[in-house]
Design a protein around this ligand. Structure first.
Ligand SMILES: CCCC/N=C1\SC[C@@H]2[C@H](O)[C@H](O)[C@@H](O)CN12
Length: 633
């Protein structure tokens, strides 16, 4: 049989959809998978996120949110086959393209996706742990996995290291056996296929709505007799802070889908269910394109797993090519508008160091990167005691990765931004303390710049041309604000009249009890309108980054799985890096509102990255305090 896959001795064409288990709360996996099955999909396509499974070298996590075996078994139980994409590079607008940040600890830029021995030894060790877990799940062994992708769009990568791609193929074969169908995916052009294909591995392409026949031409040059496959049919697209929300028309998708299915080709929707970049796990593009927290992707299933008109149109189209399963479409989850919550100023980030910082700083003559001090994500504080007086000198930090909030003796003095200004004039006196709070905004996940992915401060800092030496580094962990047990439980954030002018970066908190009605909790969205930029945590769960002043995302998805039913207190903590509504620059109160619909399409104002009254914080003070202990669950 030509031009077709064969499964159980019969011609087999699949219609598949991408879902990433790392982006959907594990308590909701079954809900999303059941909706994908009800849409008429034969299979799901799944990336494996190496960096969530090996948080530290040789330390592995396959539990709860990382229970990838459980996720795949659940798919099988629901009648779905699996197209597995273990990478280990996955791109995916995911932090560092799925690579663990600790690869960057070693000196020199590790050349990922090549035969660089530092990379290969870590990768081989990972595959030696992971792939044996997948062998029992192969279709030939009674599992759901019908095919496995080797690497990811390698034809788009500069290195063109064929020894590496063959090594990876051989490792997959060694652990998974000869009976598994290995494939590659590359852009639909001869150039990409020339570099991305691997001997003995089935080449496929990816493309979005348009002329499917033309798109497949490039693939036909490689496997005239083989089945046509679009491994990433873009039913939507990624979103970046400061850019308009991406939309892909349903008509264009249905038109192209019909072309693909009429050709007898197999197809995978990228994405079918996008989900969320919770925590710090968004990726980035070289040049400053920062992926937003939502991975809604304008996909057929929304970020919250809601049924959309696009879903129904695709399902209806599929029904013209195959019999739909005799199941009802599971309903969208219910949402609830819990209303407005008053947020109270707790403490400036610098003043919260006893709680969110390490017992002792790391010291070094020159600044060490985040990875060199053993930290992977989030925020790190750098400190230097000034040894000279500079009436007015240029502070310069070209190695800021990515944004640095600069203070002198706790007084805010300005912003360093790798994608904006990395120097400004500073007045400083011998004996004063220079502090730089640095935010890692997510590592680049595509292209050759993936090699230069260290975070924190990665080169010398100069003041008036003098290189500043003797630094302290404080890796920060905001989740510790919820772990008060064992710490001084009398820890109170009494914010007496502010001794320094800085309200942000600062910690704000609020508490609320859900309504005492049946069927609580329900999903909701946190509307951050009026706030500028920061990180939100609910009951210790890191909801992700917010940047409503920039857009297009204004709300954060809050799955019911992080909420506590009445009478428990729900504690929201926000680390506001720029301006809070109540910090005196406006008459607005410091509140947030839980609403039942998302806002992902605010008119983006890409030029605005921080408040325009940025440096007038010196005039502000705050007269109320919050006993943080009372807020704790
Ligand atoms: C022009 C840039 C091509 C980079 N490839 C992309 S951007 C969106 C998607 C996802 O990242 C997906 O993980 C990639 O395989 C293909 N792709």
């Amino acid at each position: 049989m030509n031009n077709t896959f064969v499964k159980d001795g019969k011609p087999f064409r699949y219609i598949s959809g991408s879902i990433h288990y790392s982006r959907v709360p594990y308590e909701y996996w079954e809900d999303r998978l059941a909706k994908m099955y009800a849409a008429g999909l034969d299979a799901i396509q799944v990336y494996v996120t190496w960096n969530t499974h090996e948080p530290s070298p040789g330390v592995y996590d396959f539990s709860h949110q990382q229970d990838v075996v459980g996720f795949l078994r659940l798919a099988q139980k629901l009648g779905l086959l699996v197209i597995l994409r273990p990478g280990p590079y996955i791109c995916a607008e995911w932090e560092y393209g799925g690579f663990p940040a600790w690869l960057l600890r070693e000196d020199g830029d590790v050349k990922v996706r090549t035969m660089d021995p530092r990379y290969i030894s870590a990768m081989d060790r990972w595959l030696n742990v992971f792939l044996p877990k997948m062998a029992p799940l192969l279709y030939v062994n009674g599992g759901p996995i019908i095919m496995v992708q080797v690497e990811n769009e390698y034809g788009s990568y500069y290195a063109n290291d064929r020894l590496y791609t063959r090594h990876l193929r051989n490792e997959f074969t060694r652990y998974l056996g000869e009976d598994v169908l290995l494939f590659t995916t590359d852009g639909d052009s001869i150039g990409y296929l020339n570099s991305g294909t691997i001997d003995g591995v089935y080449p496929t392409v990816d493309f979005g709505p348009g002329n499917a026949s033309a798109a497949f031409e490039s693939m036909k040059t490689w496997n005239i007799q083989g089945p046509l496959v679009n491994s990433e049919f873009y039913a939507g697209w990624l979103d970046l802070w400061g850019k308009a929300h991406s939309r892909t028309s349903t008509k264009s998708i249905v038109d192209t889908l019909r072309q693909i299915l009429d050709m007898g080709a197999s197809v995978n929707f990228y994405m079918f269910e996008g989900g969320t970049n919770f925590g710090y796990m968004n990726g980035a593009e070289a040049g400053g394109g920062l992926c937003i927290t939502s991975y809604d992707y304008d996909a057929p299933l929304s970020e919250a797993g809601d049924i959309t008109p696009k879903y129904l149109a695709i399902r209806d189209t599929i029904s013209k090519y195959k019999k739909l399963p005799p199941v009802k479409i599971p309903p969208s989850t219910l949402k609830y508008a819990y209303g407005t919550v008053k947020m109270a100023y707790v403490k400036g980030v610098l003043d919260a160091l006893p709680v969110i910082g390490p017992p002792q700083p790391i010291t070094s003559q020159y600044p060490l990167s985040m990875e060199q001090v053993g930290q992977n994500y989030g925020f790190i504080l750098y400190r230097h005691l000034l040894k000279t007086t500079y009436p007015s000198a240029v502070l310069k930090a070209d190695g800021i990765r990515d944004r640095g909030y600069v203070f002198v003796d706790g007084m805010f003095r300005g912003l360093l931004d790798r994608y904006g200004t990395t120097s400004f004039n500073l007045l400083a006196v011998e004996g004063q303390e220079l502090s730089i709070l640095v935010e890692n905004q997510g590592r680049i996940n595509f292209g050759s710049q993936i090699l230069n992915n260290r975070k924190g401060i990665i080169s010398s800092v100069t003041l008036g041309g003098d290189t500043l030496v003797d630094w302290q580094m404080f890796p920060l962990n905001f989740e510790r604000l919820f772990e008060m047990q064992g710490l001084d439980n009398k820890l109170r954030f009494q914010s007496a009249p502010v001794t320094h002018s800085q309200l942000s970066p600062a910690i704000y908190t609020g508490q609320f009890v859900l309504p005492n009605v049946p069927d609580m909790p329900k999903d909701t969205y946190l509307n951050m309108q009026g706030w500028f930029k920061g990180q939100a945590f609910l009951n210790g769960f890191n909801l992700g980054r917010y940047w409503p002043v920039r857009g297009p995302q204004v709300t954060l998805y809050v799955p019911k799985t992080v909420l506590k039913p009445s009478p428990a207190q729900n504690v929201l903590v926000m680390v506001e890096l720029d301006r809070a509504p109540c910090d005196g620059h406006s008459t607005e109160p410091c509140t947030v509102t839980f609403v039942e619909s998302p806002i992902l399409n605010k008119t983006a104002t890409s030029s605005v990255t921080h408040s325009d009254t940025w440096l007038d914080k010196g005039k502000l003070s705050v007269e109320y305090s919050v006993d943080f202990e009372q807020l704790l669950p």
